[in-house]
Design a protein around this ligand. Structure first.
Ligand SMILES: [Zn+2]
Length: 270
């Protein structure tokens, strides 16, 4: 974990304090912890560069439990994600096109990029290559996923930092991030309004939230919800975005796929 990344983080326990290494760290990166909150003194383990805000006592939903299985993490990018995407979108958008749209929606981020729900790091690694001028940070709930992503980054001599955290809480200081990216992720979470509020708080003015998701349609939505997914219509996304105070909603629709962005206003209204 680079020092500049550690300085972006905010203690999720008290919601105010910054984090510092408990022991003196030589060089520009912190490999082992713990890191300590300067305000409430809470300590969070750092192991091999990964900071863990979740610990072992988190309550996991069934889908999250699946993500904790090492075999799911190992085969995620190669088998599981493409299969899930094909089912959800009926194969109408390939990953290459998805990434190209995503990149254009991100624009020129005015600060670090967070990949929310980074999984095994497929998109994260492309982001770190394409936006090498800013730190790229992967956030996920699943430890095996993060370990897989870290191994891939290391193997390919790329640069990225990793945070294990449970959304909707964003463990970042106010107005520090240049972009928050969530690829194929928000339909796995219920608390979109809370998450967008947190995203809006963490973004710098002009910083963007860019997400890809899908619409199930009125007929199928109840079925998807029963399966633990939260598909949302464009109207619902627009409403949540506005409620969070984000502006400049734009979307690219390759039905039923929705790629969209919103941003934090560059000047406060009024
Ligand atoms: Zn604290």
């Amino acid at each position: 974990m680079r020092r500049e990344t550690l300085e972006l983080l905010r203690c999720p326990k008290c919601g105010v304090g910054g984090l510092i290494p408990e022991a003196e760290v030589a060089g520009a990166a912190m490999a082992f912890g713990p890191a300590r909150c300067v305000s409430c003194g809470a300590r969070f383990p750092v192991h091999d560069g990964l900071i863990d805000f979740v610990g072992d006592r988190a309550k996991l939903k069934a889908l999250q439990q699946a993500m904790e299985l090492p075999w799911v993490a190992r085969s995620w990018e190669r088998y599981v994600r493409p299969a899930v995407d094909t089912v959800l979108t009926r194969g109408r958008l390939d990953h290459e096109s998805e990434y190209t749209v995503l990149r254009n929606l991100i624009g020129s981020p005015p600060g670090p990029i967070v990949d929310l729900g980074c999984g095994a790091g497929l998109v994260l690694r492309r982001l770190s290559r394409d936006f090498s001028q800013v730190p790229v940070i992967g956030v996920d709930m699943s430890r095996p996923m993060l370990e897989e992503a870290m191994a891939q980054v290391r193997e390919n001599a790329e640069a990225a930092d990793f945070v294990r955290a449970q959304v909707p809480l964003m463990p970042f200081n106010d107005a520090t991030l240049g972009a928050v990216v969530a690829v194929g992720f928000i339909h796995f979470i219920d608390e979109l309004d809370e998450l967008l509020r947190e995203v809006a708080r963490s973004l710098k003015p002009g910083g963007r939230f860019v997400a890809t998701t899908y619409e199930a349609g009125k007929m199928l939505e109840p079925m998807h919800r029963t399966a633990g997914l939260s598909p949302r219509s464009e109207e619902a996304l627009r409403a949540s975005t506005a409620k969070a105070g984000l502006v400049e909603f734009e979307r690219v629709r390759v039905s039923p796929f929705l790629l969209w962005k919103a941003e934090r206003a560059t000047s406060s209204p009024g």
